[in-house]
Design a protein around this ligand. Structure first.
Ligand code: BGC
Length: 545
């Protein structure tokens, strides 16, 4: 799946903001042509009408398209063009909150007796006249999760900015209205949704304080065994099941959840006890991996161990909320000439590890974060640098816009045009890997086995498909002596060449194989001797053995 941040992908009308016609015009980049990236699906961050305080995650009309992005007709056209290329389309669904400019909230705040009052979470002041409890907003600088409404003498809850009041999912009318939002888009043909912070729907029914020792922790991701009362309440699972039931009215659709719960069991609980909640859940641990073989080895083990037929792993290294991995993993400039070497290694891992891969626009050319001068900062949580516009070609506007871009495009850096015909480019490595994966059941569905190797070299096998067994819940372990036709993936995390140390696993490996894709200079198709193989610094390979 390929995540598009619509504000930053392609501007068709020179207003400096990306838009839907811009996306439609650039779909060839993703699918439909022999030189497309070859992804199966796109996920669009929010496209709905929004005052853009949180850049679309503050929605003021769920069943419209923000004029910056175009019209509903533009959306229909985009869905049709995408489907014509075999691309599925996922939208972002933001159930926890709306914009404070949403007509529902305008009604809700107008009077305590308004019929929309209970659609949001209102509470009387605490004993000292302050906020009703000690819950905090998730954005570092915004303080308590409550804002006082002078006119009606109560506080409203906002887990994020004060412009994003939380909906009350215990209210049946609010729930039904949000279910209808799903149906509205499903009827227009969307193939599913990425659900924003689903773990925030379930809150303590009495709005009890968070335990004192966790009150200072704003993000659930900082929690382990300890619970917040402001999120991840068990009642949230019923709310998720109902969302899933609506989506199941439409066959073949998918739900991906951004469950920001660090504790693995509690995070995975959002698949539902019987697979009746989310189909897919982002793996927060994976995108926090530091650049170390042992960290990726541990992540690989986690991805390979899905416990039942209802769960399927996912992995991503970048998105619109975190620093791009090309920036996080960058070596100090003096360390090496090829700053994109690690991006190449990461691409090989992303596209060969078990599970569904999520790519973030621009990573396929190695885009890095772009510093945003203080005077031009937009985002309340400091995330502008990872949202800089797609770099299609060099020159002012980088092919993203002919107007004034809403965020800097950078005057230099990788471009699609610059990498298009260079066989050694990051873009062409991504193209090769996506295609390899699409055509190879071992990479999509097959088993996984760790191979003993040098500590700095992560080595694993993808095995002939375990098919039905995997789908019915067998742990994917694989055995030495699996049938021929395995893939060996090697990644050297050291900044020095490394002997792979594969001789430690010599019993289960042949003496040589054929390179299918590599991050370095060696061309695909060459024979690789495994016994005394030395990988260059930051080099990875996929070898058929
Ligand atoms: C989204 C953020 C957004 C927040 C509030 C997150 O998880 O990914 O971009 O600011 O939810 O909607």
């Amino acid at each position: 799946m390929y995540q598009i941040y619509p504000l930053s992908w392609a501007d068709s009308n020179r207003d400096g903001f990306g838009d839907l016609p811009g996306i439609t015009a650039h779909l060839d980049h993703l699918a439909g042509r022999p030189d497309s990236l070859g992804v199966d699906a796109i996920w669009l961050s929010p496209i709905y009408r929004s005052p853009m305080v949180d850049f679309g995650y503050d929605i003021s009309d769920h069943c419209s398209v923000d004029p910056r992005f175009g019209t509903l007709a533009d959306a229909d056209l985009l869905f049709g063009e995408a489907h014509g290329r075999g691309l599925r389309v996922l939208l972002d669904y933001v159930p926890n909150h709306t914009s404070d400019q949403h007509p529902w909230f305008a009604q809700s705040r107008s009077s305590r007796r308004n019929r929309y009052r209970d659609w949001y979470v209102w509470a009387d002041p605490g004993p000292d006249g302050g906020p009703p409890n000690n819950w905090l907003s998730a954005f570092e600088r915004t303080g308590p999760a409550w804002t006082y409404d002078q006119a009606t003498g109560q506080w409203y809850l906002h887990s994020f900015t004060s412009a994003q009041p939380d909906l009350n999912w215990r209210n049946p009318d609010a729930r039904a209205a949000m279910h209808d939002v799903l149906r509205f888009w499903l009827r227009r043909g969307v193939d599913g949704f990425r659900i924003d912070v689903p773990h925030r729907l379930g809150k303590h029914p009495e709005l009890a304080d968070n335990p004192a020792d966790v009150a200072a922790l704003r993000r659930c991701s900082q929690l382990d065994e300890r619970r917040h009362n402001s999120m991840d309440h068990p009642d949230g699972h019923d709310m998720m099941r109902r969302i899933r039931a609506v989506v199941d009215e439409f066959p073949g659709r998918v739900l991906v959840g951004e469950v920001g719960v660090h504790h693995p069991q509690r995070r995975l609980a959002y698949h539902g006890s019987d697979g009746d909640e989310l189909h897919l859940i982002f793996d927060f641990g994976f995108w926090r991996n530091p650049w170390r073989a042992d960290a990726f080895r541990a992540a690989g083990a986690r991805l390979a161990r899905w416990p039942d037929a209802h769960r399927w792993p996912t992995h991503a290294l970048s998105n619109h909320d975190i620093r791009r991995h090309a920036t996080r993993f960058a070596r100090a400039a003096e360390d090496g000439p090829d700053t994109l070497a690690r991006v190449r290694v990461a691409a090989i891992l992303l596209l060969t590890l078990p599970g569904t891969t999520f790519l973030y626009y621009g990573e396929e050319i190695g885009m890095t974060d772009l510093a945003v001068p203080a005077a031009h900062v937009h985002d309340p949580d400091g995330r502008d640098p990872c949202r800089s516009p797609m770099r299609w070609r060099s020159g002012p506007g980088a092919g993203f816009t002919e107007g004034q871009p809403w965020l800097p495009t950078g005057s230099e850096g990788p471009t699609v045009a610059g990498q298009d015909r260079d066989p050694g480019s990051v873009l062409n490595l991504y193209r090769r890997l996506v295609r390899l994966r699409a055509g190879d059941e071992r990479l999509r569905l097959g088993g996984y086995r760790l191979v003993d190797s040098d500590p700095d070299v992560y080595a694993f096998l993808r095995l002939a498909s375990v098919g039905a067994a995997a789908r019915q819940g067998a742990a994917v372990t694989g055995r030495a002596g699996d049938p021929a036709g395995r893939l060996l993936v090697l990644a050297n995390f050291a900044d020095q060449p490394r002997q792979t140390g594969l001789d430690r696993d010599a019993e289960s490996l042949p003496g040589q194989g054929v390179l299918l894709a590599g991050s370095g200079q060696r061309p695909a198709g060459v024979r690789i001797r495994l016994t005394d193989l030395v990988l260059c610094a930051d080099e990875a390979m996929v070898i058929e053995i």
